[in-house]
Design a protein. Structure first.
Ligand SMILES: [Zn+2]
Length: 485
């Protein structure tokens, strides 16, 4: 007989997850899940409130004789990333997720599963409904729109939460306790430029750097992958000096939080030295292959001659200053953490370069789990570009969460983990944003930790959650509530 999700153990969690799979909750369309959560709180006779930012908060009093223990916030996000395979017809606004129990895993038929963060939310609901799990005063916090802007975390007002400990359920590796995340900020530098009329005998080329692996600009930044913008600008720098190259178009990278995989430029060189220019590109391509051997097996550098020579290009002054600055601009890992071995503390990702009608725009995403290190790196970038005649603006800042290895909740969760499973949990942090960074900025006295079951390929139709890890997550969570003094 086919096993269904609702039959899995622990029942209180899986039954609620099964219900969640039938409630549409794609990011930015969370009305139905919000109504469901408000109903649950109301139906249980618990103090329930929704705020302007779309968050839902439900308070449950302590169980017998535990009124004096530290109040705890259990937190998860309401939304899920709606992704379907090509050829799968699925309307995330109304269709239920079709779950499949597949060996050790639960996945969905052709779509994201929503285990991120549905398992966490289901666990919290299970605890709110429970009568036999001992715990102190509880506050459930279900945040809105985590996946595309962390709106709920940003919008949560000061003075709403009463808990002192916050357990976030949005981690994706069972056995790993997350105690820190990076903050981030967007840097945008603009070089004002003027256009000059082209004239004379020129040869035009489409330069491309393609075939790189890319990846997430936070969690993959330490892998040493090639940055298509840096490589393109090394070509432009060398060829600019040697061949008097002129630039008409730049189209490099497209997302701030992705390591750029592709970069293109339309350039011209005097026709009589076109051949030498082309062979210099081939030589550089060979050098890049050697440099990135083993890391970027599919890298492709090409200079394709195009028939139409552009009728204008940007002024040489701006061009040279921009090339120098982009070549000198840091990208990749800038510093490693002292407290957590292997964790990137500070990094920056040179992510987009474009020519607009009146300027060249250069974008980076700077991250750090230490605020002062983030600021120092931003200052360096602003200074570098201002020396080259560009103005740098910063926006979209979100705070980090600096690891505190002496955290009390960390010690408690660790000891519960060791007792229940007979081995130590790993302590880690991630080099990307988590809601904890924002919540901790609004509530600086919170003692926080993030944990969860093992989820693979979140945000994609391959998303799946490991069944045994879910029951361990449940045991750890409920065991911790019982342990907190
Ligand atoms: Zn999540």
């Amino acid at each position: 007989m086919k096993i269904r999700v609702a039959d899995l153990h622990p029942g209180p969690l899986w039954k609620n997850f099964d219900v969640l799979t039938r409630i549409p909750r794609p990011t930015r369309h969370e009305e139905q899940i919000r109504a469901h959560l408000l109903n649950i709180g109301g139906g249980l006779g618990l103090e329930t409130l929704g705020d302007e930012a779309g968050n839902v908060i439900i308070r449950k009093p302590a169980t017998d004789n535990r009124q004096g223990t530290t109040p705890v916030i259990l937190q998860g996000h309401q939304d899920m990333v709606p992704q379907a395979n090509a050829g799968t017809t699925h309307d995330f606004a109304k269709d239920p997720i079709r779950t499949v129990v597949d060996g050790e895993w639960v996945r969905a038929e052709g779509t994201t599963l929503g285990a991120d963060n549905g398992i966490g939310v289901a666990a919290i609901i299970g605890i709110l409904e429970s009568r036999n799990i001992p715990h102190g005063p509880l506050e459930a916090l279900f945040t809105s729109n985590e996946e595309s802007g962390m709106d709920g975390a940003f919008g949560l007002e000061v003075g709403v939460l009463r808990g002192r400990i916050l357990i976030n359920t949005d981690s994706e590796e069972e056995g790993e306790l997350c105690i820190g995340c990076s903050g981030g900020i967007n840097a945008t530098s603009r070089f004002p430029c003027t256009w000059e009329k082209a004239g004379g005998d020129w040869a035009a080329y489409r330069l491309s750097v393609t075939g790189l692996r890319g990846g997430h600009s936070g969690v993959d930044i330490h892998r040493g992958r090639g940055n298509a913008i840096s490589l393109l600008f090394r070509i432009l720098g060398q060829a600019g000096r040697e061949y008097g190259l002129r630039i008409t178009e730049l189209d490099a990278g497209n997302m701030r939080n992705a390591i750029p995989r592709e970069a293109f430029a339309t350039v011209s060189v005097p026709a009589d030295i076109a051949r030498a220019f082309q062979s210099s590109i081939d030589a550089l391509a060979g050098a890049f292959h050697g440099e990135l051997e083993g890391i970027e097996p599919s890298i492709c550098i090409s200079a394709e001659r195009i028939a139409d020579v552009p009728d204008q290009w940007i002024d040489t002054g701006t061009q040279d200053r921009c090339i120098d600055a982009v070549c000198a601009c840091p990208t990749g890992v800038v510093g490693m953490s002292e407290t957590i071995p292997g964790l990137v503390e500070t990094s920056t990702n040179l992510s987009i370069v474009r020519i607009r009608s009146d300027c060249i725009e250069v974008c980076s995403l700077v991250r750090s789990s230490v605020d002062s290190a983030l600021e120092a790196l931003c200052d360096d970038i602003a200074l570098l570009f201002s020396q080259a005649g560009a103005r740098t603006e910063f926006d979209g800042r979100y705070p980090g969460w600096q690891p505190d290895p002496s955290s009390v909740i960390l010690a408690q969760v660790r000891s519960v983990y060791l007792e229940k499973f007979g081995k130590s949990a790993h302590i880690g942090a991630i080099h990307a944003g988590l809601e904890c960074g924002i919540l901790g900025d609004t509530y600086p006295d919170l003692d926080m930790i993030s944990l969860g079951p093992t989820i693979r390929d979140p945000h994609s139709p391959d998303e799946r959650v490991h069944i045994t890890s879910v029951s361990r997550f449940w045991e750890l969570l409920t065991g911790t509530l019982e342990r907190i003094q």
